[in-house]
Design a protein around this ligand. Structure first.
Ligand code: SAT
Ligand code: MN
Length: 582
């Protein structure tokens, strides 16, 4: 097989020339093709079949123990000028990077099949969607791409119509951490990945394309590619408002996207609809509002901590047609991870006999891959080619102290500053130390495909005559008390905070103005039925002026790090707030 597009055929031929596969397979995305690949992986040990009664068509994959997370230190943005990648990225000259990669790729697919995977990010018929082709030698990657994207014949037809696509080349190589690179060439709309089979390093449609390359493309084309979930909140009158929310990896985006409201809300008729749990592409519409699509077709969620209590919607979608990576397993072949309310693991994620004193059953960054259509709260609006209008944008991080439960930015410029200044404690989603506070602007630190200074400027540019922009909020579900205990219950109760935001959007709630932002008036946040000490709530909604004065100084130093690429308007906004706090 080949395509009607000469540029695609030529590229596939040149990659085959370099990598020397035994065979080339063009993926059509069919059930028969998937069944064949699954059969192959069961035979070679890449997949283990799970209990057919409890988990029909579910499989366990155990990765190499040194290949379990994104590798930010091996991830590069290769622009002609280093300043275009910015201090927020690792940079390598494109020529040098191509040289390194060609040397790694040379003959690397000998004895293997090369799969050509055409995919579309977003509904195939949407003008907001963009396509790519991933070439890979991993059947596990193909099986995951089939869930995570619109993959196969339909995508190829669109690529042939569009005539353009993002080129992604991936090989698992030897899975050697010392021979591993994730390279991005935004100026060529190209991704090259070698030596890892893990999600964010290998499923190139996800972070590599839909965030790093797309953010670069979005800047030139006037839209935004963001690390955000998209959720619809339906009120008892049947009106739905859509909210986009940015949080760093493993900070609860999937749980928030699938939130089940507290009982009182459900009784009153509130509903929550899932559009996406990780990535959001937003384009300005003719009416001045921002319209968003979820470019993905599935969820690649963190397994540990997912339970009937924290995310019943996720649990309901995980008992058929799912791939589990690096979780434990019970005696009767069911997947198991820490936080599950029942079951007992017998093997850990590496296939060793489970011993609690040696290692957790599931790796902290173990994942499930499942089609979005399985999610009980998934909305048909997620397939709408026009996207959904966004009423509010939320920035959130994991901060044990200082940042209140919620505040609203005064205007767009202030909101962009709030996003740019975001900080969070690091998690197991990337290799490296966990729990260290670092700046993570818009939760895009590992994912922006260009200089953050230019990126902040791009965000500011949306504020123009005729624009009807969403309100911007900051939240922090992760405040801890002196004993290290979380102060806010989180999960379903985050609905209370969402309701206050939407009241602000529709002009139904007032706010207390502070230099840092606008906070809920006492009594405006619905805490009915919540077992929360009023003193704790007050603490959660108080601004520590001295602490914020210091924070503003740190933010100033951070913004200075992007030199003259930092927009003057952003620094002026920061200086204004700092002066008010003084
Ligand atoms: O590994 S992924 O990048 O796909 C998931 C994440 O870190 O958010
Ligand atoms: Mn993510």
């Amino acid at each position: 097989m080949s395509s009607k597009l000469a540029s695609l055929n030529d590229w596939v031929a040149s990659v085959a020339q370099l990598t020397q596969p035994d065979a080339i397979h063009w993926c059509d995305g069919s059930d028969a093709e998937n069944a064949r690949l699954v059969g192959l992986m069961l035979a070679n040990g890449d997949l283990i079949k799970l209990n057919e009664q409890t988990h029909p068509d579910c499989y366990l994959h155990r990765s190499s123990p040194t290949d379990v997370a994104r590798v930010e230190h091996l991830t590069f943005v290769c622009t002609t000028h280093p300043a275009d990648a910015g201090p927020n990225n690792n940079w390598m000259a494109p020529d040098e990077a191509h040289g390194e990669m060609d040397a790694l790729y040379k003959g690397c697919m000998r004895g293997r099949t090369m799969y050509v995977v055409p995919y579309c990010m977003g509904p195939v018929d949407s003008p907001l969607s963009r396509c790519g082709v991933e070439i890979t030698d991993s059947p596990y990657v193909v099986a995951n791409m089939r869930i995570m994207t619109r993959m196969g014949a339909q995508a190829l037809a669109r690529i042939e119509r569009d005539g353009s696509f993002v080129k992604g080349l991936h090989s698992v190589g030897e899975l050697d951490p010392d021979r591993r690179y994730i390279m991005h060439f935004p100026e060529e709309l190209m991704i090259q990945s070698y030596g890892s089979g893990y999600g964010g390093n290998a499923l190139l449609g996800k972070k590599c394309h839909a965030l790093r390359i797309a953010s670069y493309q979005a800047r030139t084309e006037g839209w935004l590619a963001e690390h955000m979930l998209i959720v619809g909140i339906e009120n008892p009158k049947g009106e739905t408002h859509y909210v986009a929310a940015a949080f760093p990896s493993a900070c609860g985006k999937t749980n928030l996207a699938m939130l089940i409201p507290p009982e009182g809300y459900r009784r009153d008729g509130w509903k929550v609809w899932t559009v996406g749990d990780d990535i959001c592409w937003m384009h300005p519409g003719a009416d001045g509002r921002l319209y968003a699509i979820n470019p993905e077709a599935g969820f690649f969620g963190v397994a540990p901590g997912t339970s009937e209590k924290t995310n019943p919607n996720a649990m309901a979608m995980l008992n058929h047609d799912a791939i589990f990576t690096n979780v434990g397993i019970t005696a009767d072949g069911q997947p198991w991870w820490e936080g599950m309310s029942s079951g007992q693991p017998v093997k850990d994620w590496q296939g060793r006999d489970y011993d609690k004193s040696v290692s957790p059953a599931a790796h902290p960054n173990s994942r499930f891959t499942v089609s979005a259509k399985h999610c009980p709260s998934y909305t048909a609006k997620a397939e709408d080619p026009e996207g959904v209008p966004i009423s509010a944008i939320v920035f959130g991080g994991r901060r044990a102290s200082l940042v209140p439960l919620v505040f609203e930015a005064r205007d767009w410029t202030h909101g962009v500053l709030v996003g740019a200044a975001m900080a969070s404690e690091t998690t197991a989603a990337a290799t490296g130390a966990v729990g260290v506070v670092r700046r993570d602007s818009m939760a895009m630190k590992p994912f922006a495909g260009y200089n953050f200074g230019d990126y902040f400027g791009h965000w500011l540019s949306f504020d123009k005559p005729g624009a009807k922009l969403p309100k911007i909020f900051q939240v922090n579900w992760f405040r801890k008390d002196a004993d290290g205990k979380f102060m806010w219950p989180g999960f379903g109760d985050n609905m209370r905070v969402l309701e206050w935001m939407l009241k602000r959007v529709t002009g139904q709630a007032e706010a207390v103005e502070t230099p840092v932002g606008n906070l809920p008036k006492p009594g405006d946040l619905n805490v009915d039925g919540l077992d929360l000490d009023p003193a704790v709530l007050e603490q959660l909604l108080t601004i520590d002026r001295a602490g914020w004065k210091e924070e503003m100084a740190h933010i100033g130093e951070y913004l200075e790090g992007f030199g003259d690429r930092t927009p003057a308007a952003l620094e002026a906004e920061r200086a204004r707030i700092a002066a008010q706090l003084a």
